[in-house]
Design a protein. Structure first.
Length: 209
């Protein structure tokens, strides 16, 4: 989920121990999406990627219930007020809302899998409030300069957007210590292996408990 403001999330069904939830965060340019896809494919534990809900319209090539749950603003608000979101935020400056539905954890549980949440720092804090045993991983590049170079290589961002994302990246890097694990993504396969090992170690702990 993208960095936002006016975050929220409720209590309710949370505060559970031994929950198989893994939260992955990191600044734009840290390679989160690529890592997530590789983990779902290769991790030694079964993973189900949580699909975020959003009020923004689909982009070209995006499919509902695959890339996002695309909700009308009124429907998003109804679900928010009903306590259906684990966390949610209005993306800074855009007016669009993003959030993670509680039902995504149920979907993973039915598959007897870990729920994999790719969310920002604020969302991660909300998840940990409700699920203190969640595995939290902060993904970073080898240096701040690397983020900017990766963003520029995309060729999809305006100069103003790149500057805004870099400001946000600095804020997020300052919060890296909140996470139980920090992984540097200077080599994709190495980063995937490190996170996979974190998960299998935690899985073994849960099986013994």
């Amino acid at each position: 989920m993208t960095h936002g403001i006016d975050t929220g999330g409720g209590g309710g069904a949370g505060n559970q121990r031994n929950s198989r939830i893994v939260v992955l965060s990191g600044p734009s340019g840290s390679g989160k999406s690529t890592i997530v896809n590789r983990l779902v494919e290769l991790a030694p534990v079964r993973l189900v990627k949580a699909i975020s809900a959003t009020t923004r319209p689909p982009r070209a090539g995006e499919a509902d219930e695959q890339d996002y749950y695309f909700l009308a603003p009124a429907e998003f608000e109804r679900r928010r007020l009903a306590g259906e979101f684990l966390e949610y935020a209005e993306v800074f400056g855009s007016g669009y809302w993003y959030g993670t539905l509680r039902a995504e954890l149920d979907r993973a549980a039915r598959a007897r899998a870990w729920a994999l949440l790719e969310i920002d720092v604020q969302g991660a804090r909300r998840i940990v409030e409700q699920y203190p045993d969640a595995v939290t991983v902060f993904l970073s590049a080898s240096s701040p300069r690397e983020y900017e170079e990766r963003l520029r290589r995309r060729g999809t961002e305006s100069e103003a957007t790149i500057r805004r994302r870099m400001d946000i990246a600095r804020e997020e890097l300052a919060a890296a210590g909140f996470y139980r694990h920090q992984v540097i993504n200077d080599d994709l396969e190495s980063a995937v292996r490190k996170i996979a090992q974190i998960l299998i170690s935690r899985e073994n702990e849960l099986n013994v408990a």
